[in-house]
Design a protein around this ligand. Structure first.
Ligand SMILES: CC(C)(COP(=O)(O)OP(=O)(O)OC[C@H]1O[C@@H](n2cnc3c(N)ncnc32)[C@H](O)[C@@H]1OP(=O)(O)O)[C@@H](O)C(=O)NCCC(=O)NCCS
Length: 143
């Protein structure tokens, strides 16, 4: 299944519709982004919105965030999701590889992500790609 990964450069109704389909498959607690919110992601220098297409249809997405901190350039992979009908054919792998290449080109030495252990397919994919579990505590403060 040929997968084409692209960086979104402008919001279109097609992209808004695709997120309407994809986000419920990633999160039951967060609504899909609006066109304005997608425009914020696309226009920000700190983020890249990757889209994966199969036969021209958007079947997956990943957002890469990069930013400079005193010790270097940090990179985070977030909101990785592939449509249920397109899973198991390397779409997730293609999205992650595109994000890793982009992070490298932006000067990042490492790329971070988190994934709940219950997300078995995701954890297998990340480990197969070479991500290793960090020996650190991940904290969250809820505002
Ligand atoms: C995780 C996810 C993005 C992977 O996308 P994908 O396009 O299926 O990824 P790949 O095809 O590149 O690899 C997926 C791996 O899981 C397996 N897999 C995932 N879903 C599968 C399915 N429905 N049927 C069969 N195998 C599946 C694949 O076999 C592969 O593992 P392997 O090659 O080591 O055997 C996708 O399953 C997804 O969107 N899940 C729900 C949201 C989620 O968990 N996101 C990650 C948040 S951290």
């Amino acid at each position: 299944m040929p997968v084409v990964v692209e960086k979104a450069s402008a919001v279109t109704p097609e992209i808004v519709d695709a997120f309407g389909l994809l986000i419920p498959q990633l999160s039951s607690s967060n609504p899909p982004p609006t066109a304005d919110q997608l425009a914020d992601i696309i226009s920000s220098e700190a983020s890249v919105l990757f889209l994966a297409r199969v036969d021209g249809r958007i079947v997956g997405s990943l957002t890469l965030a990069t930013f400079r901190i005193p010790t270097g350039v940090r990179a985070w992979i977030e909101d990785v999701v592939v449509d249920g009908e397109a899973r198991g054919h390397g779409v997730g792998e293609a999205l992650n590889k595109a994000a890793l290449a982009e992070a490298q080109s932006r000067g990042a030495i490492t790329v971070e992500l988190t994934s709940r252990p219950s997300r078995e397919a995701a954890n297998r994919l990340y480990q197969r790609l070479g991500f290793v579990v960090r020996d650190t505590n991940v904290y969250r403060y809820t505002l």
